[in-house]
Design a protein. Sequence first.
Length: 460
Amino acid sequence: MAKKHLPTCLIFLVFLGFFSSSHVNAAAIKQEIPANAEFFNTKTRYQDADPFLRENILAINVSAVKPPAPACIPIHLTAIIRHGTRFPTAGNVEKIAILDKLVKSEAKGDLSYLPELKAWKNWYTQETAGHLTAAGRGDQIHLAKRLVKTFPTLLTKSNLLNKRVKFITSSVPRCINSTLAFQQGLKESLSIPGNLFRFSCRVHELKPVNDTLMRFFASCERLLVTVLNNKEAVVQVTLFEEGPEMSKVHQRLSDQLQIPYANITLGSVEAAYYLCAYEFSILGLVTPWCKLFDRAEAQVMDYAGDLGLYWKRGYGHEVNYMSSCVLFHNLFNRLETSINQFKSGQPVSEVVNVQVGHAETLIPLMTLLGLFKGKISLDANNFAENLHRPFNCSKNVPFAANLMAALWSCPDGFRLQFRVNENPVALPGLSYSPLYEEVKKLYADLLQGCNEEEVCRMSN
Ligand SMILES: *[C@@H]1O[C@H](CO)[C@@H](O)[C@H](O)[C@H]1NC(C)=O
Ligand SMILES: *[C@@H]1O[C@H](CO)[C@@H](O)[C@H](O)[C@H]1NC(C)=O
Ligand SMILES: *[C@@H]1O[C@H](CO)[C@@H](O)[C@H](O)[C@H]1NC(C)=O
Ligand SMILES: *[C@@H]1O[C@H](CO)[C@@H](O)[C@H](O)[C@H]1NC(C)=O
Ligand SMILES: *[C@@H]1O[C@H](CO)[C@@H](O)[C@H](O)[C@H]1NC(C)=O
C-alpha cells in the first residue's frame, strides 16, 4: 500500500513545486474579475471573500492578526480548513452537460455573445469530478505560507521536524491532496529539505485520516434521516425555488436564450450560474457565462445556496450543528491539554493542529459556536429582509475557508482568539480575544454534554 503510493506522491510534489514558483510572476498581473465574484457561495475564491488578498496572495493584514496584547505569547493553534478549489462534483458535471447540450441545440435569438456560449467547449468530466485543482493546491500553499508569517513561533522548522505540528484529514482525496499541498507550503516557507517530506509522504505520517472527526456528518444517522433525506426538513429551499425571486431569474434566462421556460430546469439555471464561478476559480477565466446573470440575480442565486446550507448544515435544525460535538470536544480537549502542559512547564505536545475537511465540516461547527447567527431565520419568503445577513457562505465558506482557534498566554491569563478566514470573529456576547475561562463559561453546557452518540442515535 505504502509502496504503491510513492510514485504518485513524488510526481505530485514535483508539480507542486512548479506551480508555486511559477505563481510569483502571475501574481503581478492584474486579473479581470467577474462582477458577481463575491456571490458564488461555496464556489467563491478565497481571495474574493477577502479582497485584501487579490493584489498579493501572501499579504498579511497586520491589524487582523494582532495578539490580544503585546505581552502575550501564542502557545497553540488549531486550524480547521476546507479543501481548496475543486472541480464540480459528479452531480454538477451532469448538470453542466445537460445545460451545454440545451444551449447548443436550442438557444437562439440575438444575444450578442450567444455564439460564444455555443462555441464553449465543455471540458468537465466525471473522471475529475470533485478533485482538487491546481488552483486549489495553490490555495493551500498560500494559506500555509501566510500562517507561517502570522504564527512564526508556532509554525517553526523545529516544531515540524519534532512532530509538534499534527495533521488530520478527511479521507476524501481532495482533502488528502489539500493536506499535502498545505504541507508543501510549510516546507517551502521553512526551507525544509525535500527528503523529509518524501519520507513523510511514503509512510502517510503527516496525513492521518479521521472521518469520525472531519466527516462526522456522514455517520450521523439522525441527521441523515431527519434532515438530509427528508424533503420536509428543507421545504424552504423548494418554496424559494418555486417562489417569485427565483422564477424571475429563471424567466430572464429563458428570455435571453430564447429557450422555453419549461425546457430550462432549475439544475440548468444553477449550472449556468456556477459555470462562471468554476471557469473563474479553476482557470482564472471570465467566460461569457458570467454575462447571463446581473448582480440582483446573483444575490438570488447566492441566497438559494445559503438557504440550503442553513437548513441542511446550519441553524435550521439542531441536529445539523450538534452533530459536530465530536469536533468541538476534540478542540477543547486539545486546548485543555496544551494549557496543562504549558502550566507545568512541559513542552506543548501539539503546538499546531491542522484539520482538513469540508464546508459541511465547518458550517456546523461555526453554528455550534454561535457564529454568523442573524436576528431572523432564512426562509423562502424573507429574501429581502435577509439581503445583508451574517449567514453569508460566500464570505465565510469559500474554497480553503478556515476556522482557527489561537491560544495565548497573557499576563492576566490564557486568552483564546477565533478567526474565520484569518479575520477576527467575536463569540456571542464576548469581545474578540476573551479570557479562556470566559469562553469555557459561555460553552459550559456544551462542554459538559454535547454527546454526538446521543445526538445522532435515532432511538431517542
Ligand atoms: C484588516 O483587519 C482589520 C481588523 O480585522 C479590519 O478592520 C480591516 O478592514 C482589514 N483591512 C483590510 C484592508 O481588509
Ligand atoms: C491528488 O493528486 C494526485 C497527484 O497530483 C492526482 O493524481 C490526483 O488526481 C489528485 N486527486 C484528487 C482527488 O485531487
Ligand atoms: C478519530 O478522532 C476521534 C475523536 O477525537 C478519536 O476518538 C478516534 O480515536 C480517532 N480515530 C483515529 C483512527 O485516529
Ligand atoms: C421542451 O419542452 C416541451 C414541453 O414539455 C417538450 O415537448 C420538448 O421535448 C422539450 N424540448 C427539449 C429540447 O427538451
Ligand atoms: C457577503 O459578503 C460579501 C463580501 O465577501 C458581500 O459582498 C456580500 O454583500 C455579503 N452578502 C450578504 C448576503 O450579506
